[in-house]
Design a protein around this ligand. Structure first.
Ligand code: HXC
Length: 257
């Protein structure tokens, strides 16, 4: 499969997708999202792939939805065409997904990064939801995810002013899991993804499901959901192997990998 707006690579058990519209600062247009979804579908179905890294370039993750494409959109186009619905595909990707963000992650770019399971940020990363400056608002989950991840005050301030925050601030407020030197961002993201992909895929998927359910449900229901998943772990060969390997003082060799 050849793509025009993204670059797709396989690094061992890790699928890598690079957003690649350099002249438009990786602005996310319909064609790019279509290709992204195709690549996500292919990685979902590929049993060799145990984790995903989504990244941009060293200068920009993505400067948001393509404003030139949105400029002429009418309400009827948006409503009848259910604009932005196709962007959700990443949030349904079941394998672990890491966003490796260098440079700008703005508007839809920030929203795409937040659909991943966690964000690793380069020192030069800048995050923001500047839609208000364009006379619109975040439309791919930005108001919802940002509020849940960084809290009301910071989400309100960022979305209402449209200001950017740097990597340090993003780490302090919990939007990113770690800051990495810019020159080693991709290497570190791949290393992290490979470590995850070397473990049991069904268990990683259960962990992802459980943590995501914390944002959707009550504590009591969430804990119950976790316990059911915990019980189910004992039906896997990977649990037998992981515990046997510990007792026998050897590295585990998981079956579902
Ligand atoms: C289309 C874009 C773009 C975008 C940049 N470009 N961002 N094109 N959509 N979102 C294009 C510019 O038009 C320009 O093209 C080229 O990329 C380089 O951009 P410059 O502005 O010259 O670069 P620079 O001065 O370095 O400034 C970088 C920047 C700025 C701060 C990131 O480009 C910027 O503010 N971009 C818009 C950010 C934004 O508002 N994002 C939210 C979009 S709305 P030419 O042809 O002139 O060289 C959104 C809605 C999401 O995301 C909701 C639904 C998903």
């Amino acid at each position: 499969m050849s793509y025009e707006n993204i670059i797709v690579e396989v690094h061992g058990a890790v699928g890598l997708i690079r957003l690649n519209r350099p002249k438009a600062l990786n602005a996310l247009n319909t064609a790019l999202i279509r290709e992204l979804n195709l690549a996500l579908g292919a990685f979902s179905e590929d049993p060799q792939i145990g984790a995903l890294v989504l990244t941009g370039s060293e200068k920009v993750f993505a400067a948001g939805a393509d404003i030139k494409e949105l400029q002429t959109l009418t309400y009827m186009d948006a409503y009848l065409g259910d604009a932005i619905r196709t962007w959700e595909r990443l949030s349904y990707f079941r394998k672990p997904a890491i966003a490796a963000v260098a440079g700008f992650a703005l508007g839809g770019g920030c929203e795409l990064a937040m659909m991943c399971d966690f964000i690793l940020a380069a020192e030069n990363a800048k995050f923001g939801q500047p839609e208000i400056k364009l006379g619109i608002l975040p439309g791919a989950g930005g108001t919802q995810r940002l509020a849940r991840f960084v809290g009301k005050a910071k989400a309100m301030e960022l979305c209402l002013t449209g200001r950017m925050m740097d990597a340090q601030e993003a780490e302090r407020c919990g939007l990113v899991s770690r800051i990495v030197p810019s020159e080693s961002l991709l290497e570190e993201a791949l290393r992290t993804a490979k470590a995850i992909a070397s473990m049991s895929l069904p268990i990683a998927m259960q962990i992802k499901d459980c943590i995501n359910s914390a944002y959707e449900t009550t504590m009591t229901e969430g804990v119950k959901f976790e316990r059911r998943n915990f019980h189910a772990a004992f039906a896997t060969q990977d649990q037998k192997e992981g515990m046997a390997a510990f007792i026998e003082k050897r590295p585990a060799k998981f079956v579902n990998r």
